[in-house]
Design a protein around this ligand. Structure first.
Ligand SMILES: [Zn+2]
Length: 105
């Protein structure tokens, strides 16, 4: 599982939790909060789609949006995807090598 697959799995889990009509979630977030969370999940998915890797497009391997190439550890998956995945750094499947120095903390 690479960092992009990891992040998409976490997003799917969160969406399933929201779709599951969990009364506790709805009560905790409220209808407006749940709608906002769904919008946030869609936004993160859209960002991930923008930063998916290109495999050999005219010889380029890496992120077409950032221009980061696949042959450097820090370059790809790009820092954008790594920063989004870091939200889930407490998950048992998260790997420390995915962390990016781009995080402000
Ligand atoms: Zn990128």
């Amino acid at each position: 599982m690479d960092v992009t697959e990891f992040l998409l799995a976490r997003l799917a889990e969160e969406r399933a939790a929201l779709d599951g009509a969990e009364a506790g979630t709805e009560a905790a977030l409220g209808e407006e909060g749940t709608g906002r969370r769904r919008a946030e999940l869609r936004a993160v998915r859209a960002i991930v789609e923008l930063h998916r890797g290109a495999a050999d497009i005219w010889g380029f391997h890496g992120c077409l949006t950032c221009g980061n190439v696949a042959d450097t550890t820090a370059g790809f998956p790009c820092p954008t995807v790594r920063a989004l995945a870091a939200v889930h750094s407490d998950h048992p499947d998260y790997r420390a090598e995915w962390a990016t120095s781009a995080n402000p903390d």
